[in-house]
Design a protein around this ligand. Structure first.
Ligand SMILES: [Zn+2]
Length: 159
């Protein structure tokens, strides 16, 4: 069963060292069906603390393709959480998913991120919504911090 990494790349950051997902957060994905290639019309939310059972087994999320009815299941790979280094110009993996019957094509980043400021190493995790531009002020380091734009991509993970 194929595993996929979710990679991010920040377009423009100010005084931010790293960005990492908060473990246990939910993930919104759009998936392309492996049988008919149709993409789920809405985001499907996957919560690693939830287990859905079906004839074929169990997973964090399980549903049928709306078009061809193929069963799709998704598990969060809890060991695949990673940290994005903002000095990198390249996309870096920050999360992973085991997907059966489909492949991920889009992610809803929303809230659930920890951002670390450069000077003070102050952590921000409340209200860090990476679907929008994020701007805050680091009172310890006395500097503004921001992330303007995040690109998302996916890559197949080797076994
Ligand atoms: Zn389908």
């Amino acid at each position: 069963m194929p595993n996929f990494a979710l990679l991010i790349r920040t377009k423009e950051v100010e005084n931010v060292a790293t960005v990492a997902p908060i473990a246990g957060r939910r993930w919104g994905l759009k998936l392309s069906c492996a049988s008919c290639s149709e993409v789920t019309p809405n985001f499907v939310y996957i919560d690693e603390s939830e287990t859905v059972e079906s004839d074929g087994g169990s997973a964090n999320a399980m549903f049928s393709c709306k078009f061809c009815k193929k069963q799709i299941s998704v598990n969060v790979l809890t060991k695949a959480y990673g940290t994005y280094d903002c000095t990198s110009a390249k996309p870096m993996p920050v999360a992973g998913f085991e997907v059966r019957g489909a492949e991920p094509v889009e992610a809803h980043l929303e809230e659930g991120w920890t951002v670390v400021a450069t000077e003070s190493e102050k952590e921000f995790s409340e209200g860090v919504n990476l679907d929008d531009d994020w701007v805050d002020y680091d009172d310890k380091g006395e500097q503004s911090v921001s992330i303007l734009g995040v690109e998302v991509s996916f890559a197949k993970l080797g076994k």
